[in-house]
Design a protein around this ligand. Structure first.
Ligand code: SF4
Ligand code: SF4
Length: 394
């Protein structure tokens, strides 16, 4: 496809168009002019993370990641891709469910207490570069925070002001197993705009009326039906490659390593019926109970609520902070801690994530992003743990 930018009008909802890569800057600019804080991927401390940026200049162009159990490295790809790295330690979770949130404040003035419930912080936010697995993770957290008996008002307020510019992956890391979970690599729903990276252009699919309006800031050309078919075939080819055990660039050589997959057939019953399997002891001998896996997981939602006072005792706030089922105190009840052992805590995490989450929310709690494998300091890999239980189930 050759860039022949023509339009400065709004494309239709559902339409596929193409833009020169530099036009991504115009999309970011337009979002900022509309009052959105723009969050883009960038390299910091040796990893690709999300951070606020005023333009697209900090994008990690030409950078890819090498991931494996307990291993993450960035290197130059020798190519000029804007989005050829895969998922880093940050997910969208922090922008909807902040790591620390003040729920209540109490202040003593002249001996009398006054109480205030602060309004949730909900700055309009646009996130650029969101992958298919993370869009599914947002949909899962929507069920948790919005669709049960108790709606989280802060989450709801932030979700309503969130714009998602998604990216179809054209490369997969060996830790990725979205193909097993049915969550990727193709972006299918839940986006305002969806980018597919080509050699010199982006193909852009319009997913919302806001996305359509934002595109009016760009010079774009409509894709023909055959070009649209070629664009859609890119993540489909990557998915086939993943199913066949290959990883790396969609049309490139396979990257070396143990490509992950997860056999999810009957997985709920497999785990629920093997709570006393001896393999839980083997995992517990390695697990540090550090909670890294739950911090990086885009769907984990445990939190703890604490009253925090200043040294005078005149100002107290009730703060919700990210918690983890790996912390012993997370299971503290009036009779004490219920899950005393690392074995019981790891088992709780995995069985909930892959089995009882289905009972609770009618979906798996895992989207196959592989983050918990990469960021576990001792390289515990949930795909291997489930396979070990499946092979030796009683
Ligand atoms: S359990 Fe692991 S692979 Fe699954 S969504 Fe969470 S971090 Fe990703
Ligand atoms: S599985 Fe790994 S990351 Fe998770 S708590 Fe255990 S040691 Fe930490």
């Amino acid at each position: 496809m050759n860039p022949k930018p023509q339009h400065n009008s709004a494309p239709q909802l559902g339409q596929m168009v193409r833009i020169a890569k530099e036009e991504l800057g115009a999309i970011v600019q337009e979002l900022r002019e509309r009052g959105y804080r723009t969050i883009l991927p960038k390299v910091a401390d040796g990893a690709v993370i999300y951070d606020e940026a005023e333009d697209a200049s900090a994008l990690p162009i030409g950078v890819i990641d090498e991931q494996d159990a307990a291993r993450y490295r960035l290197r130059e790809s020798g190519q000029s891709g804007y989005f050829d790295y895969v998922v880093g330690p940050h997910a969208v979770k922090q922008y909807l469910f902040p790591p620390v949130e003040t729920l209540l404040r109490a202040d003593r003035v002249d001996g009398a207490w006054s109480f205030e419930t602060p309004k949730p912080e909900c700055e309009p936010t646009a996130i650029i570069g969101v992958r298919a697995c993370d869009l599914h993770a947002i949909a899962i957290q929507d069920r948790v925070f919005l669709e049960g008996a108790y709606v989280d008002e802060g989450y709801r307020a932030r979700r309503e002001k969130l714009v998602l510019i998604a990216v179809n992956c054209r490369r997969a890391a060996i830790t990725c197993f979205c193909h097993s979970m049915g969550t990727g690599p193709a972006v299918k729903r839940g986006f305002d705009l969806s980018l597919t990276e080509l050699e010199e252009e982006f193909a852009v699919e319009v997913g919302s009326s806001l996305g359509s309006e934002v595109m009016a800031a760009c010079r774009w050309s409509p894709c023909t039906d055959s070009e649209t078919g070629e664009v859609r075939a890119i993540p489909e080819r990557l998915e086939r490659k993943m199913v066949e055990g290959g990883r790396g660039f969609v049309d490139g050589e396979d990257e070396a390593g143990n490509a992950r997959e997860l056999d999810i057939r009957g997985i709920r019953d497999l785990l629920v019926n093997n709570l006393d399997h001896k393999h839980w002891d083997a995992v517990a001998e390695r697990c540090l109970s550090c909670a890294n896996c739950t911090m990086v997981c885009p769907t984990c939602f445990c939190a703890s609520v604490d009253e925090v006072s200043d040294l005078t005792g005149d100002h107290v706030s009730r703060e919700r902070t990210w918690g983890s089922c790996f912390n012993a105190e997370h299971s503290y009840m009036n009779s004490g801690v219920v899950r005393h052992t690392i074995r019981s805590r790891y088992r709780q995490w995995l069985v909930h994530k892959l089995a009882t989450w289905i009972d609770q929310f009618d979906t798996s709690g895992c989207v196959g992003c592989g983050r918990c494998i990469t960021w576990c300091p001792v390289g515990i890999d949930l795909t291997e743990e489930v396979a070990a239980i499946r092979e030796t189930q009683t």
